[in-house]
Design a protein around this ligand. Structure first.
Ligand SMILES: [Zn+2]
Length: 253
């Protein structure tokens, strides 16, 4: 079990790993305790030395609170999770700038939430798919554009809280896909009659049915991590490198 230790005087954090041997180098094969072992042990000793006579406490990581702007597998990234000492909750910022550097943990007093940055249609993907499937004769570009504009109009009226989220295999944790609701689909089909006629209408209708469940017609939402620091931390010098006043927005790249 990993142990998250907080110095209550300085609000510094140390992540002590199960073995306290290879906290950052767990890919190193067991049985070949190279120089890493020493480094890791020294780190914790240094931490204890730096905070001698300061009261320490264990923090418990709050399950499922992990968020990051990059894929989980990405070694260099910033991520956040929540932890508690039973009385207070903290946000822990975990980061690594370069792959050869150890992870750093910083405590932030406050909370974070996910904020919707954008809801959009997959315009490029829709167009490509139309071109791929619509062959003899090819769909005129202008009709494709008109269809996209129709899809965009849906964005103005949908309520994301009432959309069904697709359990995605997207590796980007802050990107989420939603199904268009029935009302939107009906609107789309109805208005397609103004663009497509006869056989073309049949084709676009089939296209919509083919792609509404898990295809290019899913709506794409992008979230950002919004950190709200509490009053108390503003009185102390901040240890978050690029913290802005009260709030900090990390937008997914
Ligand atoms: Zn301390």
């Amino acid at each position: 079990m990993n142990q998250l230790i907080r110095c209550t005087t300085c609000d510094k954090i140390f992540m002590k790993t199960a073995s306290d041997q290879w906290p950052e180098y767990d890919s190193v094969a067991v049985g070949s305790p190279g120089p890493y072992r020493e480094i890791a042990k020294d780190d914790f000793q240094d931490f204890l030395k730096d905070h001698r006579n300061h009261p320490m406490e264990n923090l418990q990581i709050i399950e499922d609170s992990f968020v990051s702007e990059k894929p989980y597998s990405e070694p260099t990234k910033t991520s956040y999770f929540k932890a508690t000492n039973g009385k207070e909750r903290f946000v822990i910022r975990k980061s690594r700038e370069r792959i050869e550097e150890p992870l750093t943990y910083e405590l932030i007093r406050g909370d974070y939430s996910l904020k919707l940055l954008r809801l959009e249609i997959q315009a490029e993907e829709i167009m490509k798919q139309l071109e791929r499937e619509w062959k003899n004769p090819p769909l005129p570009r202008s009709k494709g554009e008109a269809f996209l504009n129709l899809c965009r109009r849906i964005l103005k009226t949908v309520d994301i809280d009432h959309l069904e989220r697709i359990p995605e295999d997207s590796s980007l944790p802050l990107e989420t896909y939603y199904k268009m609701d029935e009302v939107s689909l009906a609107y789309l089909l109805r208005n397609c009659r103004n663009i497509f006629e006869g056989r073309e209408y049949k084709e676009i209708e089939a296209f919509i049915h083919r792609h509404k469940e898990d295809g290019v017609l899913l709506l794409k939402a992008t979230y950002g991590i919004l950190i709200a620091e509490s009053e108390k931390s503003k009185l102390e010098p901040l240890r978050v490198p690029h913290a802005l006043n009260e709030k900090m927005m990390i937008e997914k790249k």
